[in-house]
Structure formats: structure tokens, C-alpha cells
Write a protein that binds this ligand. Structure first.
Ligand code: NCD
Length: 325
């Protein structure tokens, strides 16, 4: 059997957002709605029972067009958004900032308005400047999906992280999730904090004091400067990349010292809970945040996250473009 558009049903009536700009401000119900739709799309992608579509497609958005507007490098997010849009039947255009008229002095908003005049329906944007997605949403008619704005938010990354955790544990509430590493420069950290807290998880931020400020505690999370001290009470470790490209001053003396204090390796893994889950947004610096044996080991769900990324982005595109308002 294969599932078609007519079997799918509409966007849940309680969803009424045109854009996905961040996780901050989403309710637990809204987050759960996206996760549930993502589970259904994942079943199509994986050709699970009842969803045996041969081409892994469900063309709910056929005839619509999506532009990928990436001003920062990306492997997973860009490919995953493109695949998600194509699996939904959309046409996808990749915009290359470096070869565009931005280099001739055209403003960002003019560039985007020109793209919009070509009747595009959705814009997926990644930019080094926080607030870019919000700026676009305020200035254009198309649906805007934030694929990362500076160190601010990366909503689909958090959703795919949370989906991966929920698949493994069946819940988020009551779990203890540690975000380890470069909290100061990580948009993934911010989006994870909002999402995990909203769904009832306990969140610990762990890293050197130059990258994790005690001010974060005002968001209802706890802070630990010792990874060793929290190993035995954490259910999920989300190992965040050291964002060298965003750091103005190097926050630790050497990468060797960082991995010695905060790297997840086999020795540390052996002191964690027996069902601990290791996730990382990628890319990983093997040997720095995590050793290869742990990254590729049985506790790691790093590649499951990538699979879930396509499903989450299908859900986000479909729900925003077909919002019920
Ligand atoms: C993250 C990002 O770009 O913020 N990666 C990703 O989207 N897969 C995290 C990172 O770059 O470290």
C-alpha cells in the first residue's frame, strides 16, 4: 500500500504560523504538532509499513517553489531542506550569495523582494546576522523558515534533536539533557534550551566558563563547569561543536586542553547511564568534542538525527505553507 495526498489530511487546525523563525515562543502543543507530523513524514521516507511509497515522496506542495538562501556554509541543513521540499513535490532553487548582485551593492531586502517577485512561495534562510529570518518575515509575503541566524536560533536543528531524543526515550519530560561545549556561540544551544524546557526536560549547560555564563541560569537551566561531575545523571549528551568561526578570542588555551576536560571519550562514556544517548548537530570535530569510537558507537544517534532532519523540515514546510489562519 502507498499513502497519497488524499489520505494525508490537512494541517492540524491548531497550527496557525506562517513562518518558523525560532523555538522561543512556540508552545509545547505547537512543538508536539511538528514532531507528530515529522514522525508521519519519516515513515514515508523510510517506507515503513503503511507508507510504502516507492519514491519516498508525498507531493502535498506540488506546484510551490522554495528558495534556499544560504549566506553561510552548510552541508546537512541545506541538503536536508532541499530534499524535504522535493519530497513534498516543490520546485527548489538554490541561491548563491557569492555570485549574486549583492556583490554589486544591492541590499539584502531588495535581493529578496526580487526573488519574491518571481513568485516563490517559501524562503529558507541562513545568515550570520541574528534576526535575519525575522527581518525577512516582516518584509515579504513568502513563508520564511530560519535555517540558522548567527548565534541566535536554529529551530529545525532543535526539532530534529528533540525528535531523536523522543524516539529513543518515548518522552522528553523529566529527562536530563546536557548541552556540552560552545554554548556562547551556538544557535543550536539556544533553540534546544527553549524546546527542551518547554517540553519539561531538565537542561544542564556544560563547558568552560569562557563559553558558558552563569547568566544562562535565568532561563531555568543549570550550569556545570565539570563534565566529569555530571556524567552519571544525564540521559542525553548533545555535544556542540566549538564554533571557531564565531569566536573573536580563543576561549581556551588549546584544543588538547578542551578535549581533555570536555571531550566525550570511551572512559567518560563508561561512567554514564547504561542507556545514555549521544547526539551532535554536526559537523563534529572528531577527537575534539567526541572521539570517533563514541561518535560511531552504539549510544550515538548522530546519523538518526540527519534522517530525522528531512522529516522535520518536511513537516515545517508543509505546516507553514498550509497554515490554518
Ligand atoms: C549547526 C549550525 O550550523 O549551527 N550545524 C547544522 O546546522 N547541522 C551546528 C554547527 O555548525 O556546529
Amino acid at each position: 500500500m502507498s499513502v497519497g495526498i488524499s489520505d494525508w489530511g490537512g494541517v492540524p487546525a491548531s497550527w496557525n504560523r506562517r513562518h518558523l523563525l525560532g523555538i522561543e515562543g512556540l508552545s509545547a502543543d505547537e512543538i508536539t504538532l511538528i514532531l507528530e507530523q515529522a514522525e508521519r513524514f519519516r515513515a514515508v521516507l523510510m517506507r515503513d509499513k503503511g507508507y510504502e511509497n516507492n519514491d519516498r515522496k508525498i507531493p502535498l506542495l506540488a506546484g510551490k517553489t522554495c528558495v534556499n538562501l544560504f549566506f553561510e556554509n552548510s552541508t546537512r541543513t541545506k541538503t536536508s531542506f532541499s530534499l524535504a521540499a522535493r519530497r513534498l513535490g516543490m520546485d527548489v532553487v538554490d541561491f548563491s550569495a557569492s555570485t549574486s548582485s549583492l556583490s554589486k551593492g544591492e541590499t539584502f531586502i531588495d535581493t529578496v523582494k526580487n526573488l519574491e517577485a518571481m513568485q516563490v512561495d517559501a524562503i529558507v534562510v541562513r545568515h550570520s546576522c541574528p534576526g535575519t529570518a525575522m527581518l525577512l518575515a516582516e518584509n515579504i509575503r513568502a513563508n520564511v523558515l530560519n535555517a540558522g541566524d548567527g548565534a541566535h536560533e536554529h529551530p529545525t536543528q532543535a526539532l530534529l534533536d528533540i525528535l531523536t531524543i523522543r524516539q529513543r526515550f518515548g518522552r522528553i519530560a523529566g529527562l536530563t539533557v546536557a548541552l556540552v561545549g560552545d554554548i556562547a556561540h551556538s544557535r543550536t544551544a539556544r533553540s534546544n534550551i527553549w524546546g527542551l524546557k518547554t517540553l519539561g526536560a531538565n537542561v544542564i549547560l556544560c563547558g568552560p566558563s569562557t563559553l558558558v555564563s552563569r547568566h544562562w541560569e535565568s532561563l531555568g537551566v543549570s550550569v556545570s563547569y565539570s563534565l566529569d561531575k555530571i556524567l552519571d545523571r544525564v540521559d542525553v549528551f548533545n555535544l556542540l561543536r566549538i564554533q571557531f568561526e564565531r569566536q573573536v578570542i580563543r576561549p581556551f588555551p588549546s584544543t588538547r586542553e578542551y578535549s581533555h576536560l570536555y571531550g566525550m571519550d570511551a572512559g567518560r562514556l563508561s561512567r554514564t547511564k547504561s542507556d545514555v544517548l549521544i547526539i551532535a548537530p554536526g559537523p563534529i570535530n572528531r577527537g575534539l568534542e567526541v572521539t570517533p569510537d563514541v561518535a560511531d558507537g552504539q549510544h550515538s544517534a548522530i546519523l538518526d538525527q540527519v534522517t530525522n532532519g528531512v522529516a522535520v523540515r518536511m513537516a515545517a514546510l508543509w505546516m507553514c505553507i498550509n497554515e490554518k489562519k
